[in-house]
Write a protein that binds this ligand. Structure first.
Ligand code: ADP
Ligand code: MG
Length: 312
């Protein structure tokens, strides 16, 4: 079957006026009623069917409707239906289910690309014993993703290495797998992108795609670098655009008390914090860096050893 011969609705209509095929043996056959509706009947084998024009017409219709997977699977699905003596409804369900599965996988792939998650982190690989200041109940509640439905924000605060980004990415991944559109960005990249788009005159498009569009926006590493006035205004812009419209997960190594310093402006900082925490879950992580755990463990193990061995 070639795509160079698309079926126009008009042609399909005319073809529908043809006499319906009647091949009512034991296998399946597809024919048309005089009004053009498709009718599935029995015929001996799918192989014999594939030679019939109705098979090709059906494939054309599937291509016209952009159901390429179904068109490709048609012969196989007919053969299965014949062997397993499936009803017309069962045959159609199987054919369309496969189409939907392929479409969903394609959409998932494209959502994952747009989400821009830097690595894959999960809650399962997070060692909560290492970080006792984190309330597992709060994380469990967040993992239901109700916060996205309620347009709640999540603020993860704490020193470097305590797992802020890990938790943000893990929640992002959960949301992605649940079918939400997600967008991950560092605070610095967010500001650079917005400024660049503003200068190019493409800000509105950018906002729709990345800022206001996704139900979950993850802004990582706010406060690692001090922000100038313009950057602070961009962060304010994002927070106010999304206020009560979509969730933000934000991570920062600085407590709220330091935000005036990050933004170099008390008024802007207060306005941002106000909107951000109006409806938010704030998680303050007080603990050791996970990156340093081996080093810290080595030190603990070294101590008794060095006592036993005495000074060199
Ligand atoms: P932060 O964003 O707070 O600076 P990260 O989330 O980037 O810290 O964590 C640093 C590294 O340590 C990452 O590879 C992360 O997966 C890992 N990590 C941090 N905390 C834990 C933890 N409690 N259990 C497992 N891995 C962790
Ligand atoms: Mg981080």
């Amino acid at each position: 079957m070639s795509r160079s011969q698309p079926v126009s609705p008009l042609v399909a209509e005319n073809r529908g006026a043809e006499k319906p095929q009647d091949s009512r043996d034991d296998g399946l056959a597809i024919s048309r009623t005089p009004k053009g509706a498709l009718r599935l009947e029995n015929a001996k084998t799918a192989a014999s069917l594939s030679n019939t024009t109705v098979f090709h017409r059906l494939q054309e219709l599937l291509h016209y409707l952009e159901l390429g997977t179904s068109a490709a699977n048609l012969a196989g699905a007919l053969e299965t239906a014949r062997k397993q003596e499936l009803s017309a409804a069962e045959f159609l369900e199987g054919l369309l289910r496969k189409e939907v599965e392929v479409a969903m996988a394609r959409r998932m792939k494209s959502r994952a690309r747009l989400a821009n998650l830097p690595t894959s982190k999960t809650l399962q690989t997070f060692d909560f014993d290492f970080q006792p200041s984190i309330d597992r109940g709060v994380i469990a509640e967040l993992s239901t993703l109700r916060f996205i439905e309620e347009r709640r924000n999540v603020v993860l605060l704490g020193p470097p290495g305590v797992g802020k980004s890990h938790l943000a990415i893990a929640l992002g991944l959960l949301a992605l797998n649940a079918g939400y559109r997600v967008r991950f960005t560092s605070a610095a990249a967010l500001v650079t992108n917005l400024q660049g788009n503003y200068e190019r005159g493409t800000l509105l498009k950018r906002e729709r795609q990345a800022i206001t569009g996704p139900p979950l926006l993850i802004v990582d590493e706010l406060g690692y670098l001090p922000l100038d006035q313009a950057a602070a205004n961009w962060i304010f812009h994002v927070v106010s655009k999304r206020y009560e419209r979509g969730s933000i997960i934000i991570t920062s190594n600085r407590g709220f008390a330091d935000w005036a310093q990050i933004f170099n402006d008390v008024v802007v900082a207060t306005a941002i914090v106000d909107r951000l925490i109006h409806n938010a879950t704030v998680i303050n992580i007080r603990g050791k860096s996970y990156r340093m755990r081996n080093y810290l463990a080595d030190q603990r193990e070294d101590r008794p050893a060095s006592v036993l061995n005495g000074p060199p």
